[in-house]
Design a protein around this ligand. Structure first.
Ligand code: BG6
Ligand code: MG
Length: 216
């Protein structure tokens, strides 16, 4: 008998390869500003909300600008990102995602999405998996962004599950910090050194052994 009653998933980089689309969109903005920005620099942006990400990119280039101009750039980035995910289909689910959701359902877990992205509902629809979740957090209603625990706690509350009975899945260091701050079991998807705060790390979603996780 497992102590877990709920599985709470990040979206970008866990269920879909959309983390790459966020990077490509920010790269276009950084290039236009003449700021050096590569995938390694992007690692620190994973899980970070839109304006927070822009602020970090501007810091990398030691550029400051009025708020209105920042909002303009953030809107441009979002336009690039929406254009990218508008092309997405269920084929853009990361390998292993359907299996992991099936296994979670078979194990009787309630499922939620804890994505910092305001585009999460649209992307889930494109991917054809909206109906797989009992709750999809609205990033716009969450007070403090990751690494604060708020979005994971909001999911647990909506599912009526105590945090210690929930397992969270994340590809970002900020997300792992949020899961741990919420008092949940944290599964990292990606690089073990980057996600050192997780309870267990798998290199990919496809590699997740849910049975082993639920036995923890
Ligand atoms: C997170 C991504 O899921 O959502 C971040 O990891 C992104 O890269 C954040 O900045 C906010 O997304 P959006 O779509 O609201 O700009
Ligand atoms: Mg992510």
């Amino acid at each position: 008998m497992s102590r877990f009653e709920a599985a709470i998933f990040d979206l970008d980089g866990v269920l879909a390869d959309s983390a790459r689309s966020h990077f490509v969109a920010w790269k276009r903005i950084a290039d236009a500003l003449g700021i050096a920005f590569d995938e390694q620099a992007n690692e620190a942006l994973k899980g970070i909300d839109r304006m927070g990400s822009l602020r970090r990119i501007l810091e990398m280039g030691r550029i400051s600008m009025p708020q209105a101009e920042m909002e303009n750039l953030a809107a441009r980035k979002n336009g690039f990102y929406i254009d990218a995910i508008a092309e997405m289909t269920p084929a853009d689910l990361l390998p292993g995602t359907q299996r992991l959701l099936d296994q979670a359902q078979d194990a009787g877990l309630k499922c939620a999405v804890a994505s910092a992205s305001s585009n999460a509902p649209f992307l889930l629809k494109q991917l054809g998996i909206s109906e797989r979740f009992d709750f999809i957090a609205d990033a716009g209603l969450i007070e403090r962004p990751k690494p604060a625990p708020d979005i994971f706690l909001a999911c647990a509350a909506a599912l009526r599950v105590a945090p210690q009975h929930a397992v969270g899945f994340e590809d970002a260091a900020a997300g792992i910090a949020a899961i741990k701050a919420a008092g949940m079991y944290a599964v990292g998807i990606g690089d073990a050194a980057t996600l050192a705060g997780a309870d267990i790390v798998y290199p990919t979603t496809d590699a997740v052994d849910l049975r082993a996780v639920l036995a923890a």
